[in-house]
Design a binder for this molecule. Structure first.
Ligand code: FMN
Length: 459
């Protein structure tokens, strides 16, 4: 078969019936995806300074857009977390939750507030109870770890039912996207950013009070913090411009202030899901090479993300979750798929190449950060029933410490149990990367698997 330069290999859908088929295709495409079928290593725990994560599988944060209008978890939200808790992953990373009502991306996104904190307490305690029982039944000694992701949706905010971009700066490629024009919404001022820092810190502390084991200050996927990280063209601002110090100021201020508030509780984890490469060409991208007039996806340069992660380490952070892309722009960079969103484009690269990109980004950073920084990788659901083998390969080759699955968990929340007990994910239950869950999300509807979950299955 032709030995394509991987980025030029054209798109094709997943058709690998056996592991051998997958390995041959990877060889043809000259892609290096680590594969190992000795999955026992996934049952090993991971030690953080003062906490232990029971095993090497995590549920990635996945918005369900099924919260009540006051932002509290609904019955459907509880149902989703109960399903995850019964699955056996040692770490459940709760979905993007708004820090206040003005920065939601959907009227049914979760918001953490003093007024609804009791409902969050109930969600956390029931998830913990069920998850710990599952882990015990599976033979794990350590308790589950539950982390909440806190977010400001930035240019993807929806206010009073209408799109209301709160931008870090004008970006010609994104400003007129999704039915908005560059005149809609606002570019957020330095004063407002400064106020937001404190709101974010308050909510991070509230996450601790409602019982989470940790809080994620979300810095990925084109939302406010991630957009600030690439705000080179933001002028006359202490939060933007050429220097990374300015562009990271908002993010680091939140982390430092939160760390100060929580440091007496040595068991509470401060963490971040970081978008280390967004694929948007310079000067509007993060983790990209400084090449003028480049087309998307831009060439990768991890020097700034690495500098940032080292800063996180200096603040005392010992757990990071690596992601990439802006799902509103080129979704396949974040979540490789076979079928695009309705109306979306077929990527101009092979999906296995998109998977390899996520793997390489994680591996390169893991290799360069201090050994005691625990690194979680993303983007394995595309690999279907072979996902557990790739997770094993990642961990055996020290390319990640924990592997997090997103869409696979929506389709088949029992995938960890299947790997631990049978050595493989049941192929009849896997995610097929059809973008059905993302279509629901984009339509602003309750989100679930339209293929595997009867609750969401297409009639
Ligand atoms: C329906 C849906 C909702 C998502 N919600 C979030 C979210 O709340 N926070 C986040 O960081 N990523 C979110 N993601 C991205 C996933 O966490 C994950 O990074 C991505 O799907 C790739 O992993 P996978 O191949 O295992 O699905 C979402 C993805 C989908 C499809």
């Amino acid at each position: 078969m032709t030995n394509f330069k991987p980025s030029h290999a054209s798109f094709e859908i997943f058709s690998y019936k056996t592991l051998k088929d997958l390995k041959y295709r990877l060889m043809d495409l000259n892609l290096r995806i680590p594969i190992n079928s000795e999955v026992k290593i996934l049952q090993e725990n991971v030690k953080l300074e003062n906490k232990t994560i029971p095993n090497r599988l995590a549920i990635q944060p996945m918005e369900g857009f099924d919260a009540n209008l006051d932002g509290s978890p609904s019955k459907l939200t509880n149902r989703r977390y109960t399903r995850y808790a019964r699955g056996g992953a040692g770490l459940i990373w709760f979905e993007s939750t708004a820090i206040n009502e003005d920065c939601r991306s959907n009227p049914n996104q979760l918001i953490l507030s003093d007024l609804n904190s009791n409902k969050f307490k109930k969600l956390v305690s029931s998830t913990r109870r069920i998850c710990n029982k599952t882990l015990k039944d599976l033979g794990f000694k350590d308790n589950c770890v539950l982390i909440l992701q806190l977010n400001h949706s930035g240019r993807y905010c929806v206010l009073n039912g209408k799109k209301h971009p709160i931008r870090a700066y004008h970006n010609s490629e994104l400003d007129n996207d999704r039915g908005v024009s560059e005149k809609d919404g606002i570019v957020i001022s330095d004063d407002n950013l400064e106020k937001l820092e404190n709101i974010w810190v308050e909510k991070a502390v509230l996450a601790k009070e409602v019982g989470f084991d940790g809080v994620d200050i979300k810095a990925c996927h084109g939302y406010l913090i991630s957009e600030l990280l690439s705000s080179r063209v933001r002028e006359n601002s202490k939060y933007g411009g050429e220097s990374l110090e300015n562009r990271a100021r908002f993010f680091l201020n939140i982390l430092k202030k939160t760390m100060k508030k929580i440091k007496n509780d040595k068991y509470f984890l401060l963490t971040s899901r970081i978008g280390v490469y967004d694929g948007i060409p310079y000067p509007n991208g993060f983790g990209v090479k400084e090449i003028e007039n480049e087309t998307s996806p831009a060439s990768i340069d991890l020097s700034e993300p690495l500098e940032l992660i080292k800063e996180l380490y200096n603040i005392g952070i010992r757990l990071i979750n690596i992601s990439a892309g802006n799902p509103h722009f080129k979704a396949h960079i974040t979540r490789p798929y076979d079928t695009p969103l309705k109306g979306g484009a077929i990527p101009n690269e092979h999906p296995l190449y998109s998977v390899e990109r996520l793997i390489k980004l994680t591996a390169k950073l893991k290799n360069q950060v201090p050994k005691d920084m625990v690194v979680i990788g993303s983007g394995y659901s595309y690999l279907r029933q072979f996902g557990g083998y790739i997770a094993t390969g990642m961990i055996r080759q020290e390319k990640a410490d924990i592997c997090g699955f997103g869409r696979m968990a929506i389709a088949n929340p029992n995938f960890p149990k299947q790997i631990f007990q049978k050595g493989v994910i049941d192929k009849k239950e896997v995610c097929i990367a059809c973008s059905g869950c993302s279509n629901l999300m984009r339509l602003g509807k309750n989100t679930g698997c339209v293929i595997r979950d009867p609750k969401y299955r297409k009639k």
